[in-house]
Design a binder for this molecule. Structure first.
Ligand code: SF4
Length: 379
């Protein structure tokens, strides 16, 4: 069986950047291949970050582009935008991610067996993009649970219980063995109509087992994988099995600062004042400067901090405002003085409320719940 490639996508965001540094420093024995999908519409800070990471790693990050598109003189976004006749992408019609991120990624993998490293942090409760291709396996090094749900669902499938029990017997003993076997035996439904219930049970089984022993659980999963056609099945051993690190947001900033790569400037908070009230804004994500996932306050940030880019974003909205980046509101309307004031005041109010009850981080407030929208672009 051919050995898998170890690949890591740099989105331009802080988490994938930190992951590249972390894996490079901690696992020099693994030959990581780095790539970046360029839409042609990234912020300058993203391109600067890519250069800094390359110089830190001493390796180049492969820019995935399409020579056929390049020959037209357009960048990827403009090429597809024209072919869609001015139809803007949106959360409901994400042709941008499909064509400019996932398609080049799958072409880059080219059917090879590959381990894809994903920078979802230990303080995030989400799964991230999992390729539907059997030849690509996702690994999450920042989390206590490094495995993807598709692997774990197979592992905890009742029909695999006898086999998994044997592996548990090799790595656990005494009370610990009794505990992991009891989690293994807890019923789990695979009924597609009860997906949420399945995920909840799976999470309980995984977290409870990991609490008994992380390397032991990982070795059990690894042994199980050897009976499958997952890419890791062809590895004799795997260095990440013994990794007990759980990295959260502060660790990410620390890695970026201490490595000298630095934090992309768009994450830095900028103060503003409106009606005598002080507030702060920043950009919470990498990706295209006009990304439709950004919040209205981030559009105001773009308007005030990168006015040329904001103007360019306006040119994509057609004259009759049939297609707008923000639902039911054109960018021209969004930056009317009264509207800016309203958005800023709303943001100050929301930030104060959030700070008092949950996270003190502006990024948490800005990322909101929409962040899940584009794991491929923002990690
Ligand atoms: S950053 Fe936003 S606009 Fe750009 S490809 Fe990703 S989802 Fe689409």
């Amino acid at each position: 069986m051919k050995k898998p490639r170890h690949i890591l996508g740099i989105s331009g965001g802080k988490d994938s950047a930190a992951l590249a540094i972390y894996l490079n420093d901690r696992y020099p024995q693994i030959d990581f291949q780095y790539y970046f999908c360029d839409t042609g519409k990234e912020l300058d800070e993203t391109y600067e970050l890519i250069t800094s990471i390359e110089s830190y790693l001493g390796k180049s990050i492969k820019k995935l582009d399409n020579p056929e598109i390049n020959s037209t003189g357009d960048d990827p976004f403009d090429f597809y935008f024209k072919s869609f006749r001015g139809y803007l992408p949106s959360p409901q019609a994400r042709w941008c991610t499909a064509l400019m991120k996932l398609k080049p990624f799958e072409k880059f993998v080219n059917g090879d067996s590959a381990i894809s490293y994903v920078g979802i942090r230990g303080d995030e409760d989400r799964e991230g993009y999992i390729s539907r291709e059997n030849n690509i396996q996702s690994i999450f090094p920042f989390r206590k649970n490094i495995w993807s749900n598709d692997v774990l669902l197979k592992f905890f499938d009742p029909k695999n219980q006898p086999k998994v029990s044997e592996y548990f017997n090799q790595y656990f003993s005494g009370e610990n063995l009794d505990r992991v076997l009891s989690y293994l035996k807890e019923p789990i439904s695979f009924d597609r109509n009860h997906k949420a219930e399945t995920e909840k049970t799976l999470k309980h089984k995984v977290n409870s087992s990991l609490n008994v022993g992380i390397p032991e659980f990982n070795r059990t999963v690894f042994d199980f994988l050897k009976t499958t056609d997952y890419p890791l099945a062809s590895e004799i051993d795997y260095a990440l099995l013994d990794n007990e690190d759980v990295l959260v947001r502060d660790d990410i900033f620390k890695i970026l600062r201490e490595s000298g790569v630095g934090v992309p400037a768009y994450y830095e908070k900028v103060e503003f004042e409106v009606d005598g009230q002080k507030g702060e804004y920043a950009r919470s994500r990498s990706g295209c400067y006009f990304c439709f996932f950004q919040q209205k306050i981030e559009w105001i940030w773009l308007y005030e901090q990168h006015p040329e880019m904001f103007k360019k974003a306006m040119t994509y909205e057609n004259e009759d405002e049939l297609f707008t980046w923000v639902p039911n509101e054109s960018l021209k309307e969004l930056v009317q003085p009264q509207r800016i004031k309203q958005i800023k005041l709303g943001h100050i109010q929301r930030s104060n409320k959030e700070k008092s009850k949950s996270s003190p981080y502006l990024l948490d407030i800005l990322e909101g719940t929409e962040r899940d929208g584009c794991n491929t672009c923002f990690l």
